[in-house]
Design a protein around this ligand. Structure first.
Ligand code: PGA
Length: 242
């Protein structure tokens, strides 16, 4: 089996207590299912900042959902790369469509953060994806090409980034892109970036569809929201529902 990177994106869910509960459930489920989890699957959780310290030195990667493109200083409310590294964070989700939609995160901002992450040795997971209107108007590839060009400007080594293709119409809606659509766009992303880049698919990934999606040639992992919130469901993602 090829190497896969599966990351749970918790968004703004789970307080400290709920995170502790998840971790103890996850540990039990992991031990019970260990034989079924392929060693080639690398996995992690993108938790809210307040819970990241609980993920330090655990079996999964600790992932942030955002960070500042500045090093340090007078930026009230921001969290820097070095603060995250100190907590053991090794990856950061950037340009998620919810950040683009609700927090005005433009390609330009995503680009600054991507370069900052690479500089700081944190792997950026750069999200791209079209809206429903763009999809229906047949503009998917144009939209993705622009997002890639602008968000990844100046990136020289694509082994240092992960790209997540997340069609906005598939996020949290239960409407997954078919494996064919997902493969077609992920192959387009590879052609427009680099052969060696890790490309994830995201948008209503669940235990029932993960195996088919992950078997596509140009899909190297998944960014999973809803189905990553419960330990038993998260484990089923890692066993590819076996
Ligand atoms: P979903 O979210 O799996 O709940 O659709 C995916 C994401 O937003 O990364």
């Amino acid at each position: 089996m090829k190497k896969l990177v599966i990351i749970g994106n918790w968004k703004m869910n789970k307080n400290l207590h709920e995170t502790q509960e998840f971790l103890s459930d996850f540990e039990k489920e992991y031990l019970n299912n260990k034989r079924k989890i392929n060693k080639k699957i690398e996995f992690g959780i993108a938790a809210p900042f307040t819970n990241l310290f609980l993920l330090k030195d655990k079996i999964f990667k600790s992932v942030a959902q955002n960070f500042s493109n500045f090093d340090s200083g007078a930026y009230t409310g921001e969290v820097s790369a070095s603060m995250l590294k100190d907590l053991g964070v090794s990856m950061v989700v950037l340009g998620h469509s919810e950040r683009r939609q609700y927090f005005n995160e433009t390609n330009e901002v995503v680009n600054k953060k991507t370069l900052q992450a690479i500089k700081e040795n944190i792997t950026p997971i750069v999200c791209v994806g079209e809206t429903l209107e763009e999809y229906e108007a047949g503009q998917t590839k144009d939209v993705i090409a622009k997002q890639l060009k602008e968000s990844l400007a100046g990136v020289e080594d694509f082994s240092k980034v992960i790209i997540a293709y997340e069609p906005v119409w598939a996020i949290g809606t239960g409407k997954t892109a078919t494996a064919e659509i997902a493969q077609d766009i992920c192959s387009f992303i590879r052609e427009n970036t680099s052969k060696k880049v890790v490309i994830q698919y995201g948008g209503s990934v669940s235990p029932s569809n993960i195996e088919e999606l992950m078997s596509q040639k140009d899909i190297n992992g998944a960014l999973v929201g809803g189905a990553s919130l419960k330990a038993d469901s998260f484990i089923k993602l890692l066993t590819l529902n076996k």
